[in-house]
Write a protein that binds this ligand. Structure first.
Ligand SMILES: [Zn+2]
Length: 247
């Protein structure tokens, strides 16, 4: 059997197999002080997916996976945020690293949150953009500065949409130097539930392990773009959110 097919099958088995499921209390994007709920949309359940990086290129890798109880440095996450589990993936990056649209879509929301969130940008991807059966919303956090892109602006697959930073990480656990990285959250919904420019509307879509986007698009290893803006994986409709460097 072709190795790629075998890996894909294993990934899909892992995705569908009952795992040591951990459900987080969904704090989500709700404001501080609001009651925590365990109800559906913000529940965090380990997907069992493992990243399969391309062999011919070096991709900035996941430092803390989805649903992980620990940060990149191995310390335990604060129990009051998402039930202590990670609501997305972290990729450690130098400040100013270009971040790429993981699929074509439109800018749905941008803004500046406080601690743990920082400057963020949401993209909205229709099923036609990704080839997936559902809508995907992707949120890039801790950006260096507010992106120039306006609400509703179209973005291309692999387009530089922002630069990574450390906003929302300075102080508390990471100290005054903060932790420069990309936190990527993804949500999914069978219908488009998001109103462009409305922060609140994202809660209508369920949290999703970002790796599912790549695996469910049948893409193993993870498709990627290079720093010169080329989509390196032929036919890809989704790419890693940071450029990979050919070895
Ligand atoms: Zn994170």
């Amino acid at each position: 059997m072709d190795l790629r097919v075998a890996v894909l099958i294993l990934a899909l088995i892992a995705f569908h197999a009952p795992s040591q499921a951990q459900f987080g209390s969904g704090k989500g994007e709700k404001k501080m002080g609001q009651a925590r709920t365990d109800s559906g949309k913000n529940a965090i359940q380990a997907s069992g997916l493992r990243p399969v990086y391309p062999v011919e290129a070096r991709c900035p890798e996941i430092a803390s996976p989805y649903a992980s109880p620990t940060r990149y440095d191995g310390s335990a996450r604060a129990p009051w945020a998402f039930g202590g589990l990670h609501g997305g993936i972290d990729i450690s990056l130098d400040e100013g690293t270009p971040l790429l649209a993981l699929a074509a879509g439109t800018v749905a929301m941008k803004g500046e949150g406080g601690m743990l969130e920082g400057i963020y940008l949401w993209l909205r991807h229709a099923p036609e953009d990704t080839g997936l059966a559902y809508w995907v919303y992707s949120k890039y956090q801790h950006l260096e500065s507010m992106p120039d892109l306006e609400h509703g602006a179209p973005v291309r697959l692999g387009q530089v949409i922002a630069r990574s930073g450390r906003t929302g990480t300075v102080g508390k656990h990471y100290g005054m130097s903060g932790y420069p990285h990309l936190h990527l959250t993804t949500r999914k919904s069978p219908e488009d539930v998001v109103t462009v420019g409305s922060r609140e509307s994202f809660g209508g879509a369920a949290l999703l392990d970002p790796l599912a986007i790549y695996h469910e698009a049948g893409a193993v290893p993870i498709p990627y773009a290079t720093a010169d803006g080329k989509i390196a994986t032929p036919g890809a409709r989704v790419v890693w959110p940071v450029a990979c460097r050919p070895k």
